[in-house]
Unconditional design. Structure first.
Length: 237
């Protein structure tokens, strides 16, 4: 939380003194509410408007990446493998919110907003993630019940919020499953399926909270809108 006049000045909109003048004149709104008190504080996610113009927070960057397979979700790799950071054209020090495995594709958010990262990765906020799982076998449909009631792995219960079979081809020995989880445990999905005797042959994250991959192909990315960032903050319990 920082004083409003400091946030406005830091954004390059005007000087701090001018910002104070704008606030006392009643031209500044935080999340739609007029503020005139110079002691008012705001946070990175707040939407600040000055005489109807939205202030851009130039310091913070929010990227929605369609991570391809064969890329690590870390900022650097000791084995010299390609990182998600190398796919993004930015001068900011971004890092991913959570991780996807090297061979997992799909939706990954990158940012330099530490506050949002901490909030979204905190287990109490139960942010949902939706995955598509491919298995080169025709699974036993009882698998669905087992995944929804939960499996115990290394003394920890891992459970799907929702799970369904999208396709089951007995002839071609292929199954496609949609699964929604809110935890972010290491290799969670692969371990859940392995504990029931199935190997995951391909894994893709289709959704992160309300965000999806619409309009993007693997390796492409876009910036989140201010509205989307705000909505992510609103998911916090
Ligand atoms: N679960 C996994 O096993 N791998 C991922 O990349 C994400 C979830």
């Amino acid at each position: 939380m920082e004083r409003l006049q400091k946030i406005i000045a830091n954004s390059g909109f005007c000087s701090r003194r001018k910002a104070e003048e704008l606030i006392t004149k009643g031209l500044v709104r935080v999340n739609g509410e007029k503020v005139t008190d110079l002691g008012t504080k705001a946070k990175a996610s707040d939407i600040i408007t000055i005489a109807g113009k939205t202030l851009k927070n130039e310091d913070k960057e929010y990227i929605l990446l369609y991570k391809p397979r064969g890329v690590v979700s870390t900022t650097s790799d000791d084995k010299g493998r390609k990182t998600v950071i190398s796919l993004i054209d930015t001068d900011k020090r971004l890092y991913p919110i959570g991780r996807l495995d090297y061979d997992t594709s799909g939706l990954l958010i990158l940012t330099n907003d530490g506050e949002l990262t901490n909030l979204l990765t905190h287990p109490k906020n139960e942010i949902t993630k939706e995955y598509i799982v491919k298995i080169d076998e025709a699974v036993n449909p009882t698998l669905i019940k087992k995944l929804s009631s939960g499996v115990i792995i290394d003394g920890e219960k891992m459970k799907a919020d929702r799970v369904k079979i999208k396709k089951l081809d007995k002839k071609k020995k292929k199954t496609i499953i949609e699964i929604v989880l809110h935890e972010g445990k290491y290799h969670e999905i692969k371990r859940m399926f392995a504990s029931l005797g199935y190997e995951v042959t391909a894994l893709k994250r289709e959704k992160y909270a309300f965000l999806d991959l619409k309009g993007l192909t693997a390796g492409e990315y876009r910036h989140l809108t201010i509205k989307e960032v705000k909505k992510l903050y609103s998911l916090i319990k």
